[in-house]
Design a protein. Structure first.
Length: 85
């Protein structure tokens, strides 16, 4: 009986082959899917996003310039005076 209890305790302390195969399968699956997730997240190219931001900036600046009634410079800054103050 003493030999059997030592045998059970000895094998409970380590990993089994099945646990090792399952953990390796899980790791390889995550490693294979990681590049796919990054390609989906970063699918928009930074160059097109950069051009969109520039276009939006100039559109907003154009609207503010056209809507202003006066422009003046103070302390090396350009101030556009809007009709609502």
């Amino acid at each position: 009986m003493d030999d059997r209890s030592q045998f059970v305790e000895k094998h409970e302390a380590g990993y089994t082959l099945l646990e090792m195969i399952l953990s390796l399968t899980l790791f390889l699956t995550l490693a294979a899917l990681t590049p796919l997730m990054f390609s989906v997240i970063f699918s928009t190219s930074l160059k097109s996003l950069y051009y969109q931001e520039i276009s939006l900036f100039f559109e907003q600046a154009d609207k503010e310039i056209q809507g202003s009634i006066n422009a003046e410079t103070r302390w090396s800054r350009l101030y556009l005076i809007q009709p609502d103050g």
